[in-house]
Write a protein that binds this ligand. Structure first.
Ligand code: SF4
Ligand code: SF4
Ligand code: FES
Length: 337
């Protein structure tokens, strides 16, 4: 997706003056909403050039055509996180998206704007982010230093390797785009959501923090509720990779004594998958199922499998692949990362 601050210095120097001075008329279709009138689509026309961000489009509509239109934006430089919305159906920051490049990319001069999904709408493109902030505060989004540091008797030290691990995950601007597009947030009330996990892991992995046990209790059960669909990875305007923090948090499960059922099952599942691939180069579904859910559950499900004619797949005898040494090397590399 074309985004404003991805435009490089080179790409800002169009080859010809025709491109440099290019202007186009666009039609902006906004999904509007008010508690009194409900929902409706409204169209606005205006001319844009190669510098026009979608926040500028909205500013001009509001000041020149329709003061009743509501939206949020503050910094216009992808820092404050307030302009998240759906643009042509995809979750994006409006200030990081250029109108002209959008219409060139989509091959249409019609651009649709909708509020972020899942959050309750307040008016037009403005959504209520209370739930998002609650998720963020649940993971205690600040460092809890030691008493010695607080008393001024010691200093915080962070080695470059730890800094490198944490830096990326500390860049969240709390825009909510990842949460709005996450299917697990929509379906599982116990799941904290991708942004909270990115923030939580940033402190869980910080060697200066002192509430590690508490953080594990908050984060580990939830981390096993993510379905790894990678939507958060795709939509994050800061390339934070929340799903990577969820994977890394899962790896902490082995350090936890009293795990929840969800975390225990998830851990058994992952270990069984890794083990069967290591032994045979293949994912042995039947064995993985048995080791994940136990004999009683497997026997119960077997009745369903026999009835649905799928039992034959569970009984297929898999032959180990050639080159298991290479598999072992790859897996060891992955585990050490
Ligand atoms: S990868 Fe996980 S956290 Fe990210 S959007 Fe998918 S379910 Fe949500
Ligand atoms: S992780 Fe990315 S998408 Fe999610 S709130 Fe933070 S900056 Fe926005
Ligand atoms: S206006 Fe601040 S992130 Fe877009």
């Amino acid at each position: 997706m074309v985004q404003a601050n991805q435009v490089t210095e080179k790409s800002m120097e169009p080859k010809s003056s025709a491109i440099r001075n290019e202007e186009k008329e666009i039609i902006v279709k906004v999904k509007r909403f008010s508690p009194d009138k409900g929902e409706w689509w409204q169209e606005y026309k205006l001319t844009v050039d190669r510098f026009t961000q979608m926040t500028e489009v909205l500013r001009r509509i509001k000041t020149e055509q329709d003061p009743s239109l509501s939206y949020r934006a503050a910094c216009h430089m992808a820092v404050c996180g307030s302009c998240g919305m759906k643009i042509n159906g995809a979750p994006m920051l409006a200030c990081k998206t250029l109108a002209l490049q959008l219409i060139n990319e989509y091959g249409s001069n019609v651009i649709t704007l909708e509020p972020m999904e899942w959050f309750p709408r307040v008016k037009d493109l403005v959504v209520d982010l209370d739930d998002f902030y609650e998720r963020m505060y649940k993971v205690k989004p600040r460092l809890y230093p030691s008493k010695e540091v607080l008393d001024g008797k010691a200093e915080h030290r962070l080695v470059p390797e730890d800094q490198r691990e944490l830096w990326k995950f500390a860049q969240c601007i709390w825009c909510g785009l990842c949460v709005s597009s996450c299917p697990s947030v929509k379906n599982d009330p116990e799941f904290l959501g991708p942004a909270a996990h990115a923030k939580g892991y940033r402190f869980l992995a910080d060697p200066r923090d002192t509430i590690t046990e508490e953080r594990m209790k908050i984060l580990i059960d939830s981390s096993w509720r993510c379905t790894y669909c990678y939507q958060c990875f795709n939509v994050c305007p800061r390339d934070i990779e929340p799903v990577t923090t969820i994977k890394k948090t899962r790896a902490w499960s082995s350090k936890m004594k009293d795990k929840t059922k969800v975390a225990e099952t998830g851990e058994k599942h992952v270990n069984a998958i890794a083990d069967t691939i290591r032994r045979s180069g293949k994912l042995l579904e039947a064995e993985v199922y048995l080791r994940t859910y136990g004999l009683v559950q497997a026997m119960t499900d077997m009745v369903f499998m026999i009835k649905s004619g799928r039992m034959k797949y569970a009984l297929i005898k898999e032959v180990p692949i050639k080159g298991l040494n290479d598999i072992e090397k790859i897996m060891t590399l992955g585990e050490n990362e």
